[in-house]
Structures are given as structure tokens and as C-alpha cells.
Write a protein of this length. Sequence first.
Length: 96
Amino acid sequence: MLTGKQRRYLRALGTGIDPIFQIGKGGLNENLIKQLSDALEARELIKVKVLSNSDEDPREAGNEIVSAINAELVQVIGRNILLFRRSEKKPQIELP
């Protein structure tokens, strides 16, 4: 569980990154969730965009991803989801 200070720090880091995954009309599937998990292990902080042609609600999609891969939902703004999970092999981000 992230504190408010940690969440604020991660939001600041997240402003400079572009979404690396997009959820389209196919929605969430096992393959996408596996790829998200692998990306979080490598990067720790990723941004996901829910496209306008998707039936998924960004907040619900974020909660579904978080419960599936044991990550933290940092922020949902519009159709963008910011996710964080500490890397088990090579932690890079130091939380305050």
C-alpha cells in the first residue's frame, strides 16, 4: 500500500512517460495481463491507455489489472492508467 507522499512522487515520475500499452476493443485478456506484468518487472512504473473504442471503463480496468498482477494503481486520469510494482530482481525507483 502506497502512502500519499509515495503516490505523489510516482505521479510526478509518471508525467514524463508515454503509454506503452493500449487497451482496445478486445479488452483485457490473459496475454495482455502477462505482458503488463513483464513490463512492470522491467520498468516498475508504466502507463496504459484505454482507447475510446474500448468498452472498458479506465478505473475498472485499472482495478482489474491491479488485482490480477499484484500491482499498485497510482492514478487514473481520463483514459490513462498509471501502475507501479517494485521489481523483485532489479529495483530502480526509490520511494520516499
